[in-house]
Design a protein around this ligand. Structure first.
Ligand SMILES: *Cc1c(COP(=O)(O)O)cnc(C)c1O
Length: 845
């Protein structure tokens, strides 16, 4: 018998000529934050639009030819298509030339849209929002990341409450990426050396408005199987795979930009994962411009910014040095340095056996920043071992508080209201805080009804999504209908959704179940909680927590009152943040570096209730949210949890619930609306990505670009000069001798307030000049745990010089009573140093 001989046949979707602009529109992710464009796609076929999870590329493949022919004849559709295409065209034209400096941004993940599965949570969504904002704010920025075949998982919850992680392979033809070509029209590929072989990656491009995001992909024939795995999973595989990914992102990323013809001014390393960009760039300066290692490092540091996101030392990526050596030793040849010097780029002390990527990033960056004011301080403590001799407070580690992209996260309904009351040009003037203030002019009823409408939308959405998932896992139909019937669009609704890491303490609310039951089951003042979030597949504790909440949600007294909705993604986040009344966050202090979901809430009039941690330390205002205090009361976490849970119940019972149900004759809570207004006027404006990107420009990009330009001018003249100078100082430093120190009168250490005490120090500077050697007195107080805290540093003046001996003098003049400690130290001085830690040399004397 003849067997059938199957041959392949492809039927490509065929879009009529007149509708071709739809295809163009679908390829630029601009539609993600443009309401008109999204509504245009939706109107093609609402059902398919939902089915394909709002992915227009898939939508256009699935829609029937018949439907396209209909649309072609539909005058109103064609007019809207014309209008939206015009909007994008104008948007891109306004951004066709952008001013320097150009920023090259590197991140392991980007959360742009659910269909592009290259993110897992907060870090990625932040990076995605940032690219959108760069485009909106006309910042000259390009970005580099990895394109994962499986990306991050979709979450389903079993009937027992177990999290199941489903990874689905992505077909790259079905997402908004295209091959990236070089000038000759070749698909760009880059290579990275692995032990005994070469990893090859091809480069894809995603368009985000005017921003190009280049994504490296190793999963194709060029590589052997185990190397194709390198870009399969985000945060998957073992530590060795992570190293391979980070080599590809850092080394491969720079190689890709070079092949694409970019010469960026500033390199922004978002988290330590991409820190190897610095190594590759040093290598390039050495080979292409014949700089020495030290000279190249000067230029690379000046033009690199490192943003750290992690508040605990263990959260920073590191690799055992033996494994690291197997992959990276060849680099010492490029950099012309020995292994010991090379490996110290990722260590604070030769005895450490791990190479730390955050240390590498910090060592190769002039600027380092945390992601909120508090996290900036925490980061100083985490990175302080890199800067022995300095007090943590002195470290040049700044902060830029994270923000969120308004056009992505604000509900359409709010955007309309803002346009009506804040003015047509509001979208381009988010930083004009006076505009936000106009929220006080909006009638209470309009705001109350808007919130009500959004909550209704959320409850509808959840009912569908929830029922679907429960039916799929064969829950008892009676249970399902009971839950969906009990969900109440008029109840005070609280949202809690984020990654299920134990430090986020989702369990806190459940410490006293009787009390919680009383709160949610008050018939006059009902309350409901909606939970969502994924736990990392390796995080058993996080998964147990999900299971626990799912179990509680099935108890009779909590049915329909406590809900866990599976697969937290950007779309669910949007629905929740726009629809709930309160966003709750209960992290363990100070482990929330910034947090951003609450920021998405406040621009939607969703009131925030959180521990004073991360961004909320800066955001909280009285009558515009609720806060758990910043200071820890107990060192024992369990006591602290108990106290915090108690406080949360009290605040709900005494403040939140009464305020929400305090209704006037129209059924509106004026008090509540006033909180919403305060939230929008006083909190939201400061936590947009507009504000965030401006801060990055002013605090880092502009000053660093300016200094880099000075270093590289005239064939790197200043970079070379600084290198020579640093070498000279280093060589002569240890020879400096202290000849004499006179601080107080020598009889007593008690100073009287307001009086001046001349202090004098004589140094023999040997080969150095007094302009190059500074001397200062560092005055400290002791904190409760016995550590010195900086009060102030007072620099001595050079009084006289005889030969190589130099007298430094200072008039001590203290104004506040107290017991102080003081120390003296010498440090190298040069007006071209950006900050003290740029040249870490110094001595306490
Ligand atoms: C915003 C967002 C996050 C981050 O929220 P945090 O409050 O920073 O933890 C995570 N996941 C999704 C889907 C989000 O939209």
């Amino acid at each position: 018998m003849e067997l059938p001989n199957w041959k392949k046949l492809f039927v490509e979707s065929n879009i009529p000529e007149k509708l071709a602009p739809l295809k163009e529109l679908s390829k630029n992710l601009w539609w993600v934050w443009n309401t008109e464009a999204r509504e245009l796609f939706q109107s093609i076929d609402e059902e398919i639009w939902e089915e394909c999870a709002h992915n227009p590329v898939v939508l256009l493949e699935k829609v029937s030819y018949q439907r396209f022919l209909e649309l072609e004849e539909d005058k109103s559709f064609m007019a809207r298509l014309d209008m939206v295409t015009g909007l994008l065209k104008k948007y891109l034209k306004d951004r066709s030339t952008l001013p320097a400096p150009q920023i090259a941004y590197f991140s392991m993940e980007y959360g742009l849209h659910d269909s592009l599965k290259i993110f897992s949570g907060g870090l990625g969504i932040l990076a995605g929002d940032y690219l959108k904002e760069a485009s909106d704010s006309k910042v000259n920025l390009i970005a580099v990341g990895l394109l994962y075949r499986y990306g991050y998982f979709k979450q389903t919850i079993s009937i027992q409450g177990d999290q199941m992680a489903n990874y689905e392979a992505e077909e790259f033809s079905k997402i908004m990426v295209q091959p990236a070509f070089d000038k000759e029209g070749n698909w760009v590929e880059v290579e990275v050396d692995f032990p005994g072989r070469t990893l090859t990656a091809r480069v894809w491009e995603a368009k985000i408005g005017s921003v190009s995001l280049y994504l490296l992909d190793a999963d194709y024939e060029a590589n052997r199987d185990e190397d194709r795995f390198v870009t399969h999973h985000l945060y998957g595989g073992d530590n060795e795979n992570r190293l391979k990914q980070e080599m590809l992102l850092g080394l491969g990323g720079i190689r890709a930009l070079k092949k694409l013809g970019y010469q960026s001014d500033i390199y922004h390393c978002n988290e330590g994962h991409a820190a190897m960009i610095g190594l590759e760039r040093i290598k390039d300066f050495m080979t292409d411009k014949q700089l020495s290692y030290a000279e190249a490092k000067e230029v690379v540091r000046a033009s690199t910014l490192f943003t750290t996101h992690t508040p605990v030392p263990a959260g920073h990526d590191s690799f055992h040095q033996d494994m690291f050596r197997a992959y990276m030793e060849h680099f010492t040849g490029w950099l012309n340095i020995g292994w010991d010097e090379f490996v110290m780029l990722g260590k604070t002390n030769p005895a450490e056996d791990h190479f730390n990527m955050s240390y590498l990033a910090a060592n190769l960056s002039q600027g380092t920043n945390g992601v909120s004011m508090l996290h900036g301080e925490v980061s100083k403590d985490i990175l302080k071992h890199l800067y022995e001799g300095f007090l943590p407070e002195e470290l040049n580690i700044g902060y830029v508080t994270n923000g969120v992209h308004y056009p992505t996260w604000a509900a359409k309904e709010w955007k309309e209201l803002h346009l009506k009351y804040f003015g047509k040009d509001f979208v381009d003037n988010e930083l004009d805080f006076d505009l936000w203030d106009k929220i006080y002019k909006v009638p209470d009823e309009e705001i109350w009804n808007l919130k009500k409408q959004l909550k209704l939308k959320l409850i509808d959405y959840i009912k569908h999504r929830f029922a679907d998932s429960w039916i799929k896992r064969h829950e008892n139909p009676k249970l399902i209908s009971e839950v969906t019937n009990k969900l109440n669009p008029n109840a005070l609704t609280i949202g809690f959704a984020r990654r299920f890491a134990t430090y986020k303490r989702a369990h806190l609310l459940f410490r006293n179940l009787d009390r919680l039951s009383r709160i949610v089951n008050n018939p006059e003042k009902p309350v409901q909680f909606i939970f969502a979030g994924k736990a990392h597949p390796a995080d058993k504790a996080g998964q147990d927590l999900i299971k626990y909440i799912v179990e509680i949600s099935k108890r009779p007294e909590f049915l329909g009152k406590i809900l866990f909705v599976q697969n937290y993604d950007m779309n669910l986040a949007k629905m929740l943040l726009q629809g709930v009344d309160i966003w709750l966050n209960t992290p363990t202090r100070p482990l929330e570096a910034s947090g951003t979901s609450g920021e998405k809430g406040v621009m939607n009039g969703t009131i925030h209730f959180s521990v004073l941690d991360g961004w909320w330390v800066e955001g909280y205002k009285e009558n515009a949210g609720w806060a758990l205090p910043l200071e820890r009361t107990y060192d024992v976490q369990d006591f602290q949890d108990e106290l915090d849970a108690e406080t949360i119940y009290n605040i709900f019972e005494d403040e939140i619930i009464p305020a929400y149900y305090d209704r006037n004759e129209k059924g509106i809570s004026e008090k509540w609306v006033s909180y919403v207004k305060n939230t929008i006027a006083q909190v939201a404006p400061n936590f947009t990505t507009s504000r965030m990107i401006r801060d990055y420009q002013e605090r880092f990009y502009y000053p660093q670009a300016e200094r880099t330009a000075r270093l590289v001018a005239n064939n790197f003249a200043l970079a070379r000069e600084m290198t020579i100078w640093k070498a000279k100082i280093s060589k002569a430093w240890d020879a400096i001798e202290v000849k004499e120190i006179q601080i107080t009168d020598g009889l007593t250490n008690v100073l009287r307030i307001g009086e001046e005490y001349p202090a004098k120090v004589v140094l023999d500077l040997k080969e150095l000049s007094p302009e190059e050697v500074g001397l200062e007195m560092v005055i400290t107080e002791t904190n409760s745990t016995g550590e010195p805290l900086l009060v102030e540093s007072l620099e001595f003046k050079v009084d006289q010089q005889e030969g190589t001996q130099c007298t430094y003098q200072l008039n001590l003049h203290l104004m506040d009573p107290g017991a102080y400690g003081y120390g003296l130290r010498i440090f190298p001085k040069n007006e071209n140093l950006p900050h003290r830690q740029d040249f870490k040399l110094m001595n306490w004397i």
